[in-house]
Design a protein around this ligand. Structure first.
Ligand code: ZN
Length: 192
């Protein structure tokens, strides 16, 4: 059971957009673990959306480890520039990543790369190492922080920010609109 569930997680590394997909999965898991109710059901829903298969067994210990992994990963999104994001990623990789390891999960999938301890590593270790690897590859590809933290008051959700355009400031259109309305009201209050 554990082996098959790990196999489906790893299959995302086979596609050309693997780093982006893994980074997006990290964002969604951080939101579920830190900004929503952080239940096993919520985490399971994100994993299923990203190719994981049932049964997904998440114990309280798994959830606790996933929450601390999400807290560490948030530091990458909070870094204000590429240098500081790289420093956080290097620190987390030095603390958590193992030597890159090719695996097929016993022949179930094509060869692909892992940096967790083994194919049945705990969920928290898997989330932290796979996300750091993906975010590090994206930083190297774009030479900028791979994401940010929403600037809207009382949001604080992480988001991906890839490409060459202006840095993104909000997690989505709802927060962007909310912030624009708040700024407009503040100007009106000042009589501008
Ligand atoms: Zn937001």
């Amino acid at each position: 059971m554990a082996a098959s569930s790990k196999s489906s997680k790893s299959s995302e590394y086979l596609s050309g957009r693997s780093a982006r997909t893994a980074a997006q999965r990290a964002v969604e898991l951080i939101v579920a673990l830190r900004h929503e109710r952080a239940t096993a059901a919520a985490v399971r829903a994100v994993l299923l959306r990203h190719g994981e298969r049932e049964p997904i067994g998440l114990s309280e210990r798994d959830l606790a480890q996933l929450r601390s992994a999400a807290a560490e990963l948030t530091r990458v999104f909070a870094a204000p520039d590429a240098d500081s994001a790289a420093a956080v990623l290097n620190e987390l990789l030095a603390a958590w990543a193992h030597p890159p390891r090719l695996t097929t999960h016993g022949g179930a999938f094509a060869w692909h790369l892992h940096v967790d301890g083994d194919d049945d590593a705990p969920y928290g270790e898997w989330l932290l190492t796979s996300s750091c690897l993906a975010l590090a590859m994206l930083l190297a590809e774009w030479q900028r922080p791979p994401g940010g933290i929403c600037a809207a008051a009382s949001c604080g959700r992480p988001f991906l920010d890839l490409g060459a355009g202006d840095p993104r400031r909000y997690c989505g259109t709802r927060c962007a609109t909310r912030a624009r309305v708040a700024a407009h009201r503040a100007r009106a209050d000042r009589g501008e």
